[in-house]
Design a protein around this ligand. Structure first.
Ligand SMILES: [Zn+2]
Length: 137
């Protein structure tokens, strides 16, 4: 589906986004799973919005880093999301709920999945969420 790259092989723009996601990961509130996730979204304006996962004792209220980053951007007035970097311990992809939330704003979003050692994969939301549910307006 996609090959693994080392961070050095990735463009400066992706590297900047990776760094922002890595720093956001340090702010994760994950006392239950201990699985920290950082996300960073670059918007068409050039601005970067970050998010981290925020868990709750009532587990169903936990929110993923990707959704926090998307809501951070949208609440700042940005709706043109261009790139997303996600950094985890193992380079995992966003969950299904986050994929659907991202599709609302950017069905073709470019996505980098990376681990904390700088191993990365580049993909996009169409590959991760084919035939997304999108209302025609
Ligand atoms: Zn998620």
């Amino acid at each position: 589906m996609y090959s693994t790259l080392f961070l050095q092989e990735i463009s400066a723009e992706w590297q900047e986004l990776y760094q922002a996601a890595l720093e956001a990961r340090n702010r994760a509130y994950a006392p239950y799973s201990r699985y920290q996730v950082g996300a960073a979204i670059r918007c068409r304006s050039g601005a970067i919005y970050t998010g981290c996962n925020i868990e709750n004792a009532s587990f169903g209220l936990t929110v993923c880093a990707e959704r926090v980053a998307a809501w951070h951007a949208v609440s700042a007035g940005e709706r043109d999301l261009v790139r997303l970097a996600v950094v985890t311990a193992d380079g995992s992809a966003p969950c299904g709920a986050c994929r659907q939330v991202l599709a609302e704003f950017a069905p073709e979003l470019a996505i980098m999945l990376a681990d904390v050692s700088g191993n990365a994969r580049i993909t996009d939301l169409r590959a991760l969420l084919p035939d997304a549910f999108i209302l025609k307006r």
